[in-house]
Design a protein around this ligand. Sequence first.
Ligand code: CO
Length: 178
Amino acid sequence: MSVRPLHYLGSPVLRERANEIGEVDEPLGQLVEDLLDTMKANDGIGLAANQIGATRRVAVVDVGDGAPVLLIDPKIVDRQGEVLGEEGCLSIPEIFGEVKRAETVVVETTTLENERVQVEADELKARAIQHEIDHLDGILFLDRLSPLKRQLLLRRWNKQRKGKRGHIQEEVPAATRE
Ligand code: CO
């Protein structure tokens, strides 16, 4: 288990389409553990592999309602409704915007036991799942805003990052998970 440094906006890996997993193998359990540890240490509710520099189609979501959702080769098979809500991203800290998402989703995913299962989600969990699957396709929530709003937030982000070199988290927080 380890907390890994986050990749921030500007890191090319955030713009890559992550690779399919196919058959689940042992090292994947390690990646899932690292994702959970890194998400918790940064007080996040979701994290995709790209955000810790791994281009594999794996993400985790935990909105605090029980067991975290593991997304392995996830595919949204049903979406209903549409709702606007505020989003942030651990790769763009302190930047927030209103994003339109499906209200409820059914996502098909592989478990660590290598089975395909369907998970139904609504509210914040549905939003987080859609946000994380976007990451696996190289899409950030900023891309889903109006050009004007995006420009505004990008200016704010650049100002915030002024004087910092590179696109990797400088100080990795301590693990908060047992
Ligand atoms: Co994000």
